[in-house]
Design a protein around this ligand. Sequence first.
Ligand SMILES: CC(C)(COP(=O)(O)OP(=O)(O)OC[C@H]1O[C@@H](n2cnc3c(N)ncnc32)[C@H](O)[C@@H]1OP(=O)(O)O)[C@@H](O)C(=O)NCCC(=O)NCCS
Length: 151
Amino acid sequence: MRIRDFVPSDAPRLVEILKANQQYGHPELDGPEAMMRVHQCEAAEFLVAEEDYKVVGFIRGVYDGSRAIIHLASVDPEYQGRGIGRALVNAIAKRFKERGAASLAVTVPGETGFWKKMGFRQTIRIMFAYPIEDVLAASAPPEEAGPQKKL
Ligand SMILES: CC(C)(COP(=O)(O)OP(=O)(O)OC[C@H]1O[C@@H](n2cnc3c(N)ncnc32)[C@H](O)[C@@H]1OP(=O)(O)O)[C@@H](O)C(=O)NCCC(=O)NCCS
């Protein structure tokens, strides 16, 4: 197995893996165009795992200068249970530590068993707003709210 940085030509294969794991509900957040933006983002780490030159999994996350968080990880179902997820977590944790991160979090939409094995404890609740306009509307100062809200 080899772990390396994402390159743009990986995108179609990563979409295949996400679809196979039913993780492709939001192409606008996780599809090829988003992958390119993550690839170009200085704060992000975006790694893929290869087995015999075939891409079989990936992981991505960000380091904000203090804390790091993993946002997405996925391993081809045919290659799960062979240590690929573990190797991806280990590799991204090393990257973040080298950059100065002392802590690492993960957003987990589904079951937590794998992440507990990787050393994570369930402590905080992460709340999610999508689309972001929901937050902009709810947090807007009164003068920016529409006329109906002023009444
Ligand atoms: C979760 C996922 C990334 C793990 O990758 P993987 O390559 O199958 O995991 P590994 O083979 O490296 O497993 C490492 C350890 O975790 C355990 N493990 C793996 N999946 C597990 C699960 N769902 N529940 C409990 N333990 C799990 C393995 O048994 C192994 O333990 P061991 O070393 O004691 O035998 C992969 O199964 C996956 O892509 N799942 C679907 C998508 C998903 O849920 N992604 C995470 C949310 S972003």
